[in-house]
Design a protein around this ligand. Structure first.
Ligand code: AMP
Length: 179
């Protein structure tokens, strides 16, 4: 499996849905890729490939990142950390808020699930402005982990996501597309 093959799968199986969830947004629907067992296995392998051997846990961002993290975790023999939307985790949580186009969002993580210094790879389906991934990296670092990189299926161009993250850590995208 080469990155080119994985990119072709992302291009072929990620559907483009105009005006969802609101007018003007081109939504990238990864569910056709997730439901194709061969494609899912190949894409999750290619997603983590540049970091394989360098991480001991994979952090998935709610919700589509959870599926990707699960696939990588089984293949690489590592654990999963779930980075959740506000209000879903019981007990003590670390919270990180960030700006959206309109308003704010908050992500949460349970602290102390793995030893401080554990190397963690962050995964999600789509990188747009990078706010979600940046808040996730900040949360994981606040929890004491060492974040080795961010891996996404699809990077939307022209929204600044890569620039926002690149000074902090490597960003791996299987495919790119206009926003
Ligand atoms: P951002 O924080 O702007 O990088 O947005 C990334 C997060 O929002 C990811 O968790 C994506 O699942 C979701 N997202 C942003 N834009 C899109 C899009 N056009 N299609 C699908 N998901 C998107």
């Amino acid at each position: 499996m080469t990155v080119t093959d994985a990119s072709a799968l992302v291009d072929r199986l990620v559907a483009v849905v105009p005006d969802f969830p609101k007018p003007g947004i081109l939504f990238r629907d990864v569910t056709p890729l997730f439901s194709d067992s061969d494609a899912f296995a190949q894409v999750t392998a290619a997603l983590s490939e540049p970091f394989d051997g360098a991480f001991a846990a994979v952090a998935g961002i709610e919700a589509r990142g959870f599926a990707l993290a699960g696939g990588i975790a089984i293949e690489q023999g590592v654990g999963v950390l779930t980075v959740r939307k506000a209000g879903k985790l019981p007990g003590e949580v670390l919270s990180e808020s960030y700006s959206l186009e309109y308003g704010e969002a908050t992500l949460e993580l349970r602290p102390a699930q793995l030893p401080a210094g554990t190397a963690v790879l962050v995964v999600d389906d789509v990188l747009a402005t990078g706010g979600t991934a940046e808040a996730t990296v900040t949360l994981l670092e606040r929890a004491g982990y060492e974040v080795v990189g961010v891996a996404v299926l699809l990077e939307l161009e022209g929204l600044g996501g890569r620039d926002r993250l690149a000074s902090r850590l490597p960003v791996h995208a299987l495919a790119t597309a206009p926003a």
